[in-house]
Design a protein around this ligand. Structure first.
Ligand SMILES: Cc1ncc(COP(=O)(O)O)c(C=O)c1O
Length: 384
């Protein structure tokens, strides 16, 4: 079979591959501590599950309009209006199965061969994968450890050319746990505005700040006309398997994105959308509990790595990831993550998030404190 050559440009998300390898080892009887996959180790809160069960009983089991159920889009619009201090119309909300398709569809809708897209590296791997897939030119914005893995706005400014169509930012960031401060956010918004560049702001971790609070390029005057907000339920409400996400789009993108939804998945599951209402309007204590737990675990992880010879780890400020520097160990990221999997700890090489991830590991602390401590002791023993 001759496959389309475009597939050679399509990357992947290594977390799923490492998870599969780890599961295989587990099937052979090996104990593995999972620090590779980016999903909360908590259950979806009961009131959200109850809302989905009721929606099933009420027969929300059919196709719905591609951008989503209007009453649910209204709830999202109200929620996002509160987050951003702007009046967002439900017409600008488009639901997708998970937040990931927002990247896929936005990049497909905007990027032509040769167009340049500035994106964070290390960063969520699907950005680069999709830019390449559509024939765009990915321009990495290196997140440097000495800058706290924050976007270097001077670098963004230097990278802008007349071919730049899109800038992608992600705060709090996967894989580094860094967050952009208000000053940097404003500078990026100004640059995009001045140069008429669209911004895709990935805010899927917006409820998970250990310090500081959420700022968005969307909040600045007129930026709603050239900003796409990516958000969803996977991380804040432990709903990764529900496949429930959405975008807030500028007016002229709503119809094309909805058409992409029609062409690909038709619509997002109706009973999942109904559950979204319970997530947004119901009690938020589970989000707070999860955040406090991640914060406590981040300290265990950072202290643990800083206690290992050849390893150093800066404090994440959000999400649930740490990105320890392993350059002094003499291993490449891939070598060390392979070796640790053999020792019974699944982690991701920093290079899963782009070339600037070399010399780092990505640790998801979506695992119990006991397991994190055990994993750290295995890593310490191995490296010592
Ligand atoms: C930065 C970032 N954006 C988006 C997503 C996609 O989330 P979802 O599971 O809702 O598709 C993830 C998931 O890991 C992520 O880390």
């Amino acid at each position: 079979m001759k496959l389309a050559s475009s597939l050679n440009r399509l990357g992947t998300e290594t977390a799923f591959e490492v998870l599969a390898k780890a599961k295989k080892l587990e099937a052979q009887g090996k104990k593995i501590i999972h620090l590779e996959i980016g999903e909360p180790d908590f259950e979806t809160p009961d009131h959200i599950k109850e809302a989905a069960k009721k929606a099933l009983d009420d027969n929300f089991t059919h196709y719905v309009p591609s951008p989503g159920l209007m009453d649910v889009r209204e709830v999202i619009a109200e929620h996002q209006s509160n987050v951003h201090g702007k009046d967002i119309s439900p017409e600008n909300v488009v639901f997708t199965p998970g937040a990931k398709p927002i990247m896929f569809f936005s990049i497909m809708a905007l990027i032509e061969p040769g167009d340049e897209v500035i994106y964070p590296n290390p960063g969520f791997p699907i950005y680069e994968s999709m830019i390449r897939y559509v024939g765009g030119n990915p321009i990495p914005m290196e997140l440097k450890e000495e800058k706290g893995f924050n976007a270097d706005v001077d670098l963004i400014e230097k990278s802008i050319t007349d071919k730049t169509k899109l800038i992608i930012i992600n705060s709090p960031n996967n894989p580094c746990g860094s967050v952009m401060d208000s000053e940097d956010i404003k500078r990026v918004a100004d640059l995009a505005y001045k140069n008429n560049i669209v911004i895709l702001t990935d805010e899927v971790y917006k409820d998970l700040y250990f310090e500081g609070s959420h700022y968005s390029v969307y909040d600045f005057d007129d930026m709603e006309k050239q900003t796409i907000i990516l958000d969803g339920f996977s991380k804040s409400y432990a709903m990764t398997g529900w496949r429930l996400g959405y975008g807030i789009f500028p007016d002229e993108l709503v119809e094309p994105i909805s058409r992409l939804v029609t062409n690909s998945v038709s619509c997002t599951s109706a009973f999942s959308q109904k559950a979204a209402v319970a997530a947004i309007q119901g009690p938020q204590d589970s989000v707070k509990m999860m955040l406090e737990e991640f914060k406590a675990r981040s300290k265990i992880v950072v202290d643990g790595f800083n206690d290992i010879k050849g390893v150093s780890c800066i404090k994440p400020k959000g999400a649930f990831y740490a990105f320890p520097n392993i350059k002094e160990t003499g291993f490449t990221s891939q070598q060390l993550s392979d070796a640790l999997l053999n020792e019974g700890v699944a982690v991701l090489p920093g290079t899963s998030f782009g070339k600037f991830g070399e010399g780092y590991l990505r640790i998801s602390f979506a695992n119990s404190r006991e397991n994190l401590k055990e994993a750290l002791s295995i890593i310490k023993n191995f490296l010592d």
